[in-house]
Design a protein around this ligand. Structure first.
Ligand code: AMP
Ligand code: ZN
Length: 493
């Protein structure tokens, strides 16, 4: 039987502000959309935290046996500076600065994004669509919104009419804002403004002469507004109403609020059943952010080349550190906190490595079944990873007591313990044992060194058939031998 049938999951729904029992639209299936990165620069650790929270959620759903369609987009057009409707496109600006094509910017930072996530042991999403690949879908939605009377065209641009929408819908319901308050807090429109109201937002922007990223549309050459791409891509792949939409807390307003408005206006349906928001990673108590420079990049963390940390930290340790906080809590990055996480990580990995060799007996001094249930209960309670980790350390304590022969464990409990630890640590939290990986690579290095010695002996005995065979077969396995003055070295592809 699938585990989801016996596990009642409760998730915090930002739309209602409550923890709710999770019930997918189609039993056994989940559609989840998460706003992806804007690929105009390298991802920082803050971005990684949000994506990691949803990677953990995706992993837990899969563990429970759900069939998940996880869509995480790439924003490669339409995201303007300061998240506003004016100013330059972030990607076009970078392209100008570096004197390269916008699509070169996109390619460079998409590759960086994927490489970084791979180091952190992320699972790939099921679909990773791009905004530029869905211009036609975005234009179609704009046409619908105009046809329903919730958008208007001015001078080649199209704006969403927020006050009109608010007459019979609730603009602000996700972020808890009221349109009246927003209106009284904003400046008056000037004569140059095209919008009827300052709260209106762009669905389509006319491309001025110098704007390089442009597409033809019924309103002339232009480009889509940032909020629209997520409405187009989420509903295309997951349906007009789907289960979960996620992103960082900072996207609640205006991005997600506008997504709701677009879908309700254009498609006539509330798009999402559960809105989930991950909280921010801070540095020195302030939000980590690309624009303020208050950030640290994953590569700087792994190499130790930064002014903040006293030493390098591996991707697994950083991932463990992030999983020690609940995804809805703010997490502050500091050297002290990482040092503590590193200690904890090694303690956990050492304990897990030693389970295999634990001696078993006729009885157990600990209720392992109840402990396993507690691990599930923690995750079922809105993915409470810090509580889960506290339970994992209860198991570490037990393992150490058994090693010291102060407690006993049965064979059956030992395999339950081993499986449960593997499931929660590796499969659900996504934390790898990088020490074991290193041990594997040192074993491989030892084997190659041994083969190099055998090849040298063969060459010394003029047995070139054997020496060539060793070199050729290693090459076929992706291991290149290089003969130099100092002897033979090798590289592994
Ligand atoms: P962006 O590339 O700016 O569109 O952001 C990509 C994702 O990272 C979004 O879901 C943001 O909410 C999230 N994000 C940005 N800054 C932080 C931060 N300091 N901590 C956690 N998530 C963040
Ligand atoms: Zn989005």
């Amino acid at each position: 039987m699938q585990l989801y049938k016996t596990n009642t999951l409760r998730v915090h729904n930002s739309l209602t502000g409550k923890k709710e029992v999770f019930k997918p639209i189609n039993e056994g299936h989940i559609g989840m959309y998460v706003c992806g990165p804007t690929v105009y620069s390298n991802v920082h650790l803050g971005n990684c935290r949000t994506f990691m929270s949803f990677d953990m959620i995706f992993r837990y759903f899969k563990h429970l046996g759900y069939k998940v369609r996880y869509v995480r987009n790439i924003t490669d057009a339409g995201h303007l500076e300061n998240d506003a409707d004016e100013g330059e496109d972030k990607i076009a600006k970078k392209a100008k600065l570096e004197q390269i094509e916008p699509m070169e910017v996109v390619q460079r930072y998409t590759v960086d994004f994927h490489e970084t996530l791979q180091k952190f042991n992320f699972l790939p999403p099921s679909i990773e669509p791009t905004a530029t690949g869905h211009i036609i879908e975005q234009i179609e939605i704009i046409k619908e919104i105009i046809a329903k009377g919730f958008a208007y065209e001015v001078n080649g641009s199209v704006y969403f009419d927020v006050p009109k929408f608010n007459e019979n819908h609730e603009y602000g319901k996700l972020s808890g804002r009221k349109l009246e308050d927003m209106i009284s807090n904003t400046r008056e429109l000037t004569a140059q403004d095209e919008k009827k109201s300052p709260q209106d937002f762009a669905l389509w922007k006319k491309a001025e002469e110098q704007h390089i990223m442009r597409w033809p549309s019924p309103w002339g050459d232009g480009f889509p507004g940032w909020h629209l791409e997520c409405t187009a891509m989420s509903t295309k792949y997951l349906g007009e109403t789907f289960d979960i939409h996620g992103g960082g807390m900072d996207l609640k307003f205006p991005h997600h609020e506008c997504e709701i408005a677009q879908a309700e206006a254009g498609l006539g349906k509330s798009p999402v059943n559960y809105w989930m928001h991950a909280n921010m990673l801070t540095l020195n108590g302030k939000k980590m952010s690309k624009s303020t420079g208050n950030n640290i990049y994953p590569s700087e963390m792994f190499s130790g080349e930064n002014d903040i940390m006293s030493k390098p930290y591996s991707p697994a340790v950083v991932r463990f550190f992030m999983m020690q906080a609940h995804y809805t809590s703010i997490l502050d990055l500091s050297d002290d906190a990482l040092q503590a996480s590193e200690k904890g990580y090694h303690k956990l990995m050492d304990a897990m490595e030693s389970v295999e060799s634990l001696k078993t007996g006729k009885t157990s001094d600990f209720d392992y079944k109840a402990w396993q249930q507690k691990c599930y209960d923690a995750m079922n309670d809105d993915f409470n990873t810090p509580i889960l980790i506290a339970h994992l350390f209860d198991a570490v304590k037990r393992i150490n007591l058994i090693k010291e022969e102060k407690e006993n464990i049965t064979e059956e409990d030992k395999s339950l313990l081993q499986n449960t630890l593997n499931n929660f640590v590796h499969d659900i939290l996504g934390i790898e044992n990088q020490k074991a990986a290193k041990d594997d690579s040192s074993a491989l290095n030892g084997v190659v060194e041994l083969l190099i010695d055998l090849r040298n002996e063969a060459r010394a005995n003029k047995d070139f058939a054997t020496s060539d065979k060793i070199r050729d077969q290693l090459t076929a396995l992706g291991i290149q031998l290089k003969d130099g003055k100092e002897g033979t070295t090798f590289s592994i592809n």
